[in-house]
Design a protein. Structure first.
Length: 76
């Protein structure tokens, strides 16, 4: 649920359909100029999600072992 009492993150859509990301949000998300964001629309809401560089995903499965993956008949 959205806390409507906290309106410090409220933005206005400009005549050019642009918005400014509030400083508090930029700081929390560590966004820098030139950062890429992707737009996701879900259930009537719009979400801007920061894209991470591919290098940020390096090693996310390093703890996974072959024995942790079940064998399935349709796989070689």
């Amino acid at each position: 649920m959205i806390d409507m009492k906290n309106t410090s993150n409220t933005v206005t859509l400009s005549s050019k359909y642009q918005v400014v990301i509030p400083a508090s949000v930029r700081e929390r998300l560590k966004l820098k100029p030139g950062a890429k964001l992707t737009w996701i629309e879900f259930d009537g809401a719009a979400h801007l999600v920061p894209l991470k560089p591919v290098s940020a995903y390096r090693g996310i499965a390093s703890a996974l072992k072959d024995s942790d993956i079940p064998n399935e008949a349709d796989r070689l």
